[in-house]
Write a protein that binds this ligand. Sequence first.
Ligand SMILES: [Zn+2]
Length: 272
Amino acid sequence: MVLLVGVTRFELATTRPPDVYSTGLSYTPFFKRSAKVHCLLKNSIYYFEFLFFLWHALHCIHVFLLSENLNYLNLPSKILEQAVNELSQFPGIGKKTALRMVIHLMKQPEESVGSLAKAIINLKTNLQFCSICHNVSETDTCDICKSVNRNKRIICVVKDFQDCISIESTGHYNGTYHVLNGLVSPLDGIGPEEINIASLLKRVNENETDEVILALSATMEGDTTSFYITKKLKDKSIKVSQISRGISIGGELEFADEITLGRSLLSRIQVS
Ligand SMILES: [Zn+2]
């Protein structure tokens, strides 16, 4: 925008204004001189304006490029730099936030930092995925799969273990889970073979299963995955269901989008 205005000003500056003194013989040499001075002054103002806009545009480009390189920090210590680099690997954490975290850690007692380091190492050394449902577990089989109080004939299919935590938090589910560890996404090159669908089908084939609940995201990838699993389980004599989609609790109808509202109407439930 600034450049556009600048270029327009430059065009105006390079276009000579109409010569008022050349249009008739009534002008005296005095007017000729004053008209020339006027034109020179006017052109100079245009040039200065153009230079100002050019400087402003270059300044904006400089600020933009600087903001792109905000991650560059000139740290005084290699140890500090290494800690910042490691922490900035976390999703959503830039170099500046990582530096704030490092400064916070430096202010903590040694025991506290040691405890944090131990907890992080434990994540990799003592935590694994359940051999049955692929949920996180400290042993080969997770507590849910081991529990005698859970209904093993119902399997809830989820994208990742965070979804298990969310569903468990509701307190309304007593079956088991199957964590896919992703969703089918042809655009990202993720096919059914890349996620835990084969183990789900094997599990259904080898164990008595009454129902498979598809608790996947209401996205194109979630729907594609649900469609694929439904197709694969079509010939089995088991119930395949999908979690309801619609208006959230406390949500206003006027703020709901057309697709959500449409799905709510289609999946309405009888109340009397
Ligand atoms: Zn398990």
